[in-house]
Design a protein around this ligand. Structure first.
Ligand code: AMP
Length: 304
């Protein structure tokens, strides 16, 4: 088992779906990622929040064993995101993004953080992703990155620069098309790989996820669920399951990446069952093992 470092957003989210509405609940790319990955390996979180960030949220992360020493409390307000979904839960509509303390955040890694063998650059300003990558001492065994339309539109040059340096990209389908400027997802995956990463993971919401690893494609379905309340965080939770498993196995071979795709799908299937981190907060490892087995049955070709 090896350690995993993540930099990304820690947020207060306001979200509306056809099934309900929440105001200023715990969210953020690094939050969902670290919470999800913490079921599989030891996670260190690097991010910033404002003085308005509720102590109970810190406690939730700490109680899960997430190392929050890199979560800086700055003067100012916590990052806020407001989003909405229609009946098609696959596409979030961003209504408002307030960077707040992230606008002046300059991450500074301590020695242990800088030597972490697995690194996830969760969705945040690509210049911050670069700043973290540049401080790593020795090349991590695997570096993965996630991003979204906000940064593809607003900071494309910095994003292209950091993409050259990473091994894996996780991105959702709409954003993959936007980044590659290509409507066909298979071609889009290849175009993204041509920017640097040898592995591209495209998350497709209820349609599952696609992996391009070198020249080989692999797909996993989403776990079939009848009650999906809020897809917010599903992508980051998927990435947490994926990277958490890779770090836990401390291997990056093709078979490990394929199993990591299943762990990503399993973890994401829990997040969407409730708002914020509510479902993940009620989870234990037996739930994960059970759903992993159900997943194996789901995709098995031969029946005994
Ligand atoms: P996802 O896993 O793709 O559903 O990501 C949802 C999370 O992304 C939410 O909890 C938001 O707080 C966070 N988020 C939204 N916009 C941004 C942004 N521009 N930069 C960083 N994080 C964001």
């Amino acid at each position: 088992m090896a350690d995993l470092l993540v930099v990304g957003s820690v947020a207060l989210d306001s979200v509306e779906t056809p099934f309900g509405k929440v105001q200023e609940v715990l969210g953020g790319s690094a939050t969902f990622f670290s919470y999800s990955a913490s079921f599989l390996t030891q996670v260190r979180l690097v991010a910033t929040v404002g003085q308005d960030f509720p102590e109970e949220h810190m406690k939730l992360l700490r109680d899960r064993g997430v190392d929050v020493r890199g979560l800086r409390v700055a003067s100012g307000k916590t990052f806020r995101w407001t989003g909405a979904y229609g009946y098609d839960l696959n596409e979030a509509k961003t209504l408002d993004t307030q960077l707040n303390v992230f606008a002046d955040f300059r991450p500074e890694l301590d020695d242990a953080q800088a030597r972490t063998p697995y690194l996830f650059l969760a969705n945040i300003d690509p210049e911050l992703q670069l700043a973290v990558l540049e401080q790593m001492r020795g090349r991590p065994k695997l570096v993965a990155l996630d991003t979204m339309n906000f940064w593809i539109r607003g900071k494309r040059d910095a994003l292209v620069r950091v993409l050259r340096e990473v091994d894996v990209v996780t991105i959702n389908d709409g954003e993959a098309r936007q980044l590659a400027d290509e409507p066909n997802l298979i071609k889009a995956a290849r175009k993204i790989a041509a920017l640097g990463p040898r592995t591209v993971v495209i998350k497709r919401g209820e349609y599952g996820a696609l992996l391009l690893d070198g020249d080989a494609f692999f797909v996993v379905p989403a776990f079939p669920l009848e009650s999906v309340f809020d897809p917010t965080g599903a992508g980051d939770t998927f990435a947490g399951g994926f990277m958490g498993y890779v770090a836990f196995r401390d291997r990056t071979d093709a078979a490990t990446l394929r199993r990591a795709m299943v762990y990503g799908s399993v973890m994401a299937s829990f997040t969407v069952e409730d708002f914020s981190l509510n479902r993940l907060a009620r989870l234990d490892t037996r739930d994960i093992d059970r759903r992993y087995k159900e997943f194996e049955d789901l995709i098995r070709l031969e029946r005994d």
